[in-house]
Design a binder for this molecule. Sequence first.
Ligand code: SF4
Length: 417
Amino acid sequence: MSLFLSYTDNPASFFTDIKNSFTDNSKTLPVLTNLDFQKELYTHGGIIRHLVKVKGSKRETKAFDFILPDKFSHIFKNIEKANDKPVSGAMFFKNGTTSVSALETYFSCPYKHFLRYGLKATEREVAEFAPIDIGRFLHLAVKMYVENNNFDADVKVLKDTIFKTLIKLPEYKKYLADPFTKLMLFKLKNELEKIFETIKNQFKCSIFKPLFIEAKFDSGYKIEAVELKISNVSVKLHGIIDRVDVMNVGGQNFVRVIDYKSGNAKFLNSDLQFGKKIQLFIYMHALIKSGYRPFGLYYFPVKFKFSKDETENEYKLTGQTVDNLELINCADENLKCENISKIFEVKLKDGKTVKSNKIVSEEELLKKCEYSVNLCERAAKEIIDGNIDISPQRGVCEYCEYVCVCKNYGFLGERQV
Ligand code: SF4
């Protein structure tokens, strides 16, 4: 059995202490170079045995080129040839499926996708109440509020009940022991009231009703997976839709798709064009295939505002609405009197909708859904072809947890999209 210790540039003093504590027959232990280390790990016979063993499940060519000495890479190429299929498909599309978030990660940076979904590298968990935990807490609270499906009930009472239930869960109970995180939790309680009031208004001022909460679309579910066709390979795209509301107008079921966002909840057309935010369109595509007609697709900000610069409409649904006045009036019964919707980004002037990029025809929305599926097919093909380029979208590196792996501290190669 061997134990390998590694360090980046200069070893820390404890490393030298450990090294000096052991000898090999009274000889000092050697320090291996990177290549020696790889040879120690992968003997020629060993790697052939391993590669033959994984032949069925296969791995990603470039991933192995990356960690193996050059002389081994041809072995992988031969295995790939023998199977007549790129190995990366099996690495990323286990059981012939992928998720919308995986493909969005690919669009943000192929290398990030490789690290997260290929190598499954994750950050070490630290015990703190991080923004991601705040997002999860609010997300869960909102889910419970909508599941309760009683929008006549007093929001304050429900907020108290839901908050009490949540802080009894082990993942949140631990935060009560620390005065700072306890204070944070109680601040979130007040935020919940504002969020619940907004959701209550979304339902009370419209004929929409919740249809699905955390709805899975996948093979065998009520909403089927979206099939991506990539030459002779078929990949099924699955995901979870935070909320789908439905209203029946003229005997037809119109849906609005809502994704709760703890980050940036703004929607720009360019976000779709370059694959940055495709999920809402993919979700709508899946619902259309299941027989629903589109009304709108939105992000709903579910976050704690630290800033004092808060606008009145901070919890509006942001996204795109189908330009159909009859439906719009059913979705916001106050709009006729107020001319500006408090629920979504629609304005009226002289009894007509004001044109903006927030308003689209049903036909245009359908085309956008098709476009997002085409984008996903293109991305899946590139992934199968083994693309793991360091090619980040502008602004992605700044918040990327993998920067210490790719070492792209200068954010080089950013795509100006
Ligand atoms: S830091 Fe930038 S280049 Fe590196 S993996 Fe993340 S997004 Fe890609």
